[in-house]
Design a protein around this ligand. Structure first.
Ligand code: AMP
Length: 495
């Protein structure tokens, strides 16, 4: 889900209020007397996918009920009065990533619309790359948008479709949008899941007694004791009623391009995505990294938490002891999610503390998942040196992040991406490390069980590393894709 513009006449002008936000978690359930309560739990398990806002819409056979709010799931739904209102055996929920100070409640999902056929709620993980183009056309035709979210184009496209049934109108809408989407939607009879033809973002189907569940990751099934049934296929639309689960394949088959960064950083390690344990992939990356770029050191130290599985793999493959040389405080949010550059710097200190016993007098290799702007790494390296490490080497379990993502992961634009601005030696010198190495692209593909990257038909979306975007960037090519730098932009600091 991306947010675009607010209060500007030009839909391609981002304005300085609301900007992009992607990275989300979606959850839906049908046929469960505790639908809303289970949705809250599911959203708790998906909280890592979005921490700015959360929302739930339920249906109780008579009416739709909703609650949306800024902040974490626990801040919004640990409330009896709220939960008592969310009645019914169907519900959809959404967690959303942090963004600018200009954030407004009307953008918090699930979005809801009243159609001629009844109510409709939609929750989106991903980013539509032609939403601004469609929005501009629809506005010219008289459509009045209620939010600044890219997701809203879907509801308008359904509303104006000349097809007959809801199902046909939904598919008509899906055929017009481009980009990454895992949708969980709901009418008064049906829970709907839809995944874009490339399957960029995850979406899984689960079962709990007689209830069916759709959610971003299997960890959201685990938390409610539901069993994993299967991944929703790329390009698949599932229509779930109390009587049946029907699968539609309305798109021509394409080579799937699941986001490889989900394995590296974004998904929870205890999830299984597209048949691979996220934890195991991360460990395998560490093993590959140790083979490709060994380090002659005394101790392997992860940057917690995201660097831990790769560091375990690195330590196992190199025979060097793994130690917690940096301790993470779990009671602060992710470092990345800070409102200004100033507080983001402080955030690193709030979050990580060196374990001096482990580091003093040692040659250390730090293992982290990715370097985006380099802010975190610079601070961590300095911290480890101050704690007495004699050498600090760094190994990164992703290739250099040299390109922005337009498919649902919030990354800065080229000017703020460390790897877009500097070569390896330049990065090493900026970070102040004795050596720096990233996993190779083929090493990464090996960790997910491939022999190498298929250059003609890449098995994954790896555009943030290669610049090989899986689809044309329609809005951007029309001069209008707003910056993806929502968390990091100068405008944001001003806001
Ligand atoms: P940076 O300080 O910008 O280099 O941040 C890099 C760290 O942020 C990585 O080590 C990850 O743990 C985390 N990270 C990477 N990509 C993202 C993202 N898209 N959203 C949130 N956190 C991220």
């Amino acid at each position: 889900m991306t947010e675009g513009l607010s209060g500007t006449t030009d839909p391609f002008d981002c304005g300085d209020g609301d900007t992009l936000k992607e990275e989300c978690g979606v959850f839906g359930i049908l046929g469960d007397a505790d639908a809303a309560a289970h949705t809250v739990l599911g959203l708790h398990a998906l909280q890592h996918r979005g921490q700015e806002a959360a929302g739930i819409v339920s249906y109780d056979g008579r009416q739709f009920n909703s609650h949306r709010g800024m902040g974490h799931v626990s801040e919004n739904f640990n409330n009896e009065t709220v939960m008592e209102r969310l009645t019914g055996d169907m519900a959809v929920g959404h967690t959303r990533y942090a963004t600018t100070g200009g954030t407004i409640l009307r953008n918090v999902q699930p979005l809801f619309a009243e159609f001629d056929f009844g109510g409709f709620a939609i929750a989106h993980n991903g980013n539509l790359t032609n939403a601004l183009t469609i929005r501009r056309e629809l506005q010219k035709r008289g459509c009045l948008f209620q939010s600044t979210s890219d997701t809203e184009v879907v509801t308008h496209l359904i509303a104006i479709s000349d097809q007959n049934t809801f199902e046909e109108r939904l598919i008509d809408a899906l055929r017009q949008i481009e980009g990454a989407y895992s949708f969980v939607c709901m009418t008064n009879t049906t829970l709907i899941g839809a995944r874009d033809p490339l399957g960029v973002r995850p979406l899984v189907l689960g079962k709990l007694d007689r209830a069916h569940i759709l959610c971003s990751e299997t960890c959201a099934l685990d938390i409610i004791g539901a069993e994993f049934v299967r991944d929703i296929d790329p390009g698949e639309v599932v229509m779930i009623t109390h009587d049946e689960v029907r699968s539609l394949k309305p798109f021509p088959k394409q080579h799937p391009r699941f986001c490889i960064f989900e394995y590296i950083y974004f998904a929870r390690p205890d999830s299984v995505s597209e048949g691979h344990s996220v934890y195991e992939v991360r460990k395998q990356i560490g093993i590959q990294l140790a083979k490709e770029s060994p380090a002659d050191v005394d101790v392997v130290v992860p940057v917690p938490d995201s660097g831990v599985p790769a560091a375990l793999g690195f330590a196992a493959a190199s025979g060097i002891p793994f130690e917690y040389g940096i301790i993470r405080n779990h009671y602060v949010g992710r470092t990345f999610i800070q409102p200004t550059d100033k507080t983001r710097h402080l955030g690193v200190k709030r979050k990580h503390n060196p374990n001096k016993e482990v580091l003093a007098g040692k040659r250390v290799v730090l293992v982290d998942d990715s370097i985006v702007r380099g802010t975190t790494s610079i601070k961590i390296v300095e911290m480890v040196r101050q704690a007495g490490a004699t050498e600090v080497h760094m190994r990164i379990s992703s290739p250099p992040t040299a390109h922005p993502c337009f498919f649902g992961i919030d990354t800065p634009d080229y000017d703020k991406l460390l790897a877009a601005q500097h070569d390896l030696a330049g990065m090493a010198s900026l970070l102040g490390v004795d050596s720096l190495a990233f996993i190779s692209i083929d090493g990464l593909y090996k960790a997910v069980g491939e022999t190498k990257r298929d250059m003609d038909h890449p098995q994954y979306c790896d555009a943030c590393f290669t610049g090989d975007y899986p689809l044309p960037l329609t809005d951007k090519n029309a001069g209008g894709q707003p910056k993806q730098l929502s968390l990091l932009s100068e405008e944001r600091q001003a806001g």
